[in-house]
Design a protein. Structure first.
Length: 85
């Protein structure tokens, strides 16, 4: 499932200069999380994270690959690298 999601999102995300490092669908307690880690050569600021999230959300909704409800978590490869300008 993770690879299918990654393939669905890669092309659109790369258009804004970001690549998908990993996709994990994980259950914690009774909650399902779709964790997408993004990366690029430059530091990723908060605005870029939001931009990528806004690209990913409608693609996931349209594809409807995940039947149960989940929380989308988009973060950077190195969480300490997000700059809040």
């Amino acid at each position: 499932m993770e690879e299918k999601i990654k393939k669905l999102l890669e092309e659109e995300v790369e258009k804004v200069g970001v690549r998908i490092d990993s996709v994990k669908l994980e259950k914690e307690d009774n909650n399902l999380f779709l964790r997408i880690v993004i990366d690029r050569d430059e530091i990723i600021d908060l605005d870029k994270c939001v931009e990528v999230t806004n690209i990913i959300n409608p693609l996931l909704d349209k594809a409807d690959l995940i039947e149960e409800s989940y929380t989308l978590d988009v973060s950077t490869k190195e969480k300490g690298r997000i700059e809040n300008e």
